[in-house]
Design a protein around this ligand. Structure first.
Ligand code: SF4
Length: 356
């Protein structure tokens, strides 16, 4: 993708997991072929920034050499599967089966994705996905995102049924001009699958720190430099990427590395996209403002460089959406919501309190 600081190259690892050697190679490539900035995305991918049209080819060769490119770019585009970083063998098995079947499935919109979340506690209910294979009351269920329940499935049938649901989505008119999401489609169509009522639970707030099964580490705005990536690679043989701007080191003690956040911190609830000048669509600078407002954030704060809301597609407790003349502010809303307009320099706790 084109961006204000060059091309952005997204790397989509299988099972959201990299080996330490792969991460070292990515860090080296980020320095050689990009500007060294690495971002964690809300779909558990990595993005390298500052790639040029001349360095794009050599970068792809590196990624191919470490097994991170699909032979068919269309298959890679469809391989939009998020799985729990604290996964079981079942999650991994289902993800592998889905990767195999996905190329036979229908053409799906670029943002359309799958989630696999079969642990005792569902952790991905807040993560963007359209078709979910998750734990139900008495076994696995397949949930169309936004549905009040799920279709009972088995380990053997889950992936085939997920593909059947994807085909229904396309055939019943879920895609318009190459775009479409399941939740919006369900608001105007009836799902033709037998489901049992089971409201989606709220996922626990992901927090950094030591867990019994490994270490969780996060970074301000989900950004790290290639040099830090190398240090992380030196801490564990496997590094899993989560959809919460966080990495998980299975079965490892929490390393203390400069530039990481390893305890609850106000910045964890703050989302800010690249903004100006990095993104060509940005109408204002975002990250310095987000940093300034972080200490007063009471809940999720989202500062968006335009109405698209790339950094946080869902609603936030307080959202600031950039326009040419300042930021439109709103509570409990997504980027692009309507509200009063404030100039960046006028945004303080007091002015927000006054206008909202
Ligand atoms: S929300 Fe807008 S300004 Fe921010 S990264 Fe996305 S397109 Fe760019």
């Amino acid at each position: 993708m084109e961006s204000g600081d060059g091309l952005v190259v997204r790397i989509r690892p299988r099972r959201a997991s990299f080996t330490a050697d792969q991460l070292r190679a990515i860090a080296d490539a980020a320095l050689r072929h990009g500007n060294g900035i690495v971002e964690l995305t809300a779909r558990a991918n990595l993005q390298l920034r500052g790639v040029t049209s001349a360095s794009h080819g050599p970068l792809l060769q590196v990624l191919e050499g470490i097994g991170l490119l699909d032979s068919d770019p269309n298959v890679e585009g469809r391989r939009n599967v998020v799985l729990s970083p604290f996964r079981s063998a079942l999650d991994a098995e289902l993800a592998d089966a889905l990767y195999k079947r996905i190329s036979e499935g229908p053409d799906l919109p670029g943002k359309f994705g799958f989630a696999i979340d079969t642990g005792d506690t569902l952790v991905l209910t807040d993560t963007s996905a359209d078709i979910r294979i998750e734990s139900g009351r008495d076994g696995l269920i397949l949930r169309a995102d936004g549905a009040p329940g799920g279709q009972p499935v088995t380990r053997e049938s889950a992936v085939a049924e997920a593909m059947r649901m994807a085909r229904w989505f396309v055939e019943s008119g879920g895609v318009e001009q190459g775009r479409g999401r399941m939740r919006a489609h369900l608001a105007r169509s009836n799902l033709p699958f037998a489901t049992t009522a089971l409201p989606a639970p709220i996922a626990p707030e992901p927090i950094p720190g030591q867990r019994s099964d490994g270490a969780r580490i996060t970074f301000e705005f989900g950004i790290l430099h290639a040099e830090l990536l190398v240090k992380l690679a030196d801490c564990a043989p496997e590094i899993r990427i989560t959809p919460w701007r966080m990495v998980f080191l299975p079965d490892r003690a929490l390393p203390q590395l400069p530039g990481t956040i390893t305890v609850p911190d106000p910045r964890l609830k703050v989302y800010a996209c690249t903004g100006a000048p990095g993104c060509p669509q940005a109408l204002q600078e975002t990250r310095a403002l987000a940093r300034r407002l972080a200490p007063m954030a009471n809940g999720r704060l989202h500062v968006s460089g335009c109405s698209k809301g790339c950094a946080h597609p869902g609603p936030a407790d307080l959202v600031l959406s950039a326009t040419r003349h300042g930021f439109v502010v709103a509570r409990g809303a997504k980027a692009g919501a309507e509200g009063p307009l404030l100039k960046p320099q006028d945004i303080t706790e007091e002015t927000l309190h006054k206008v909202l």
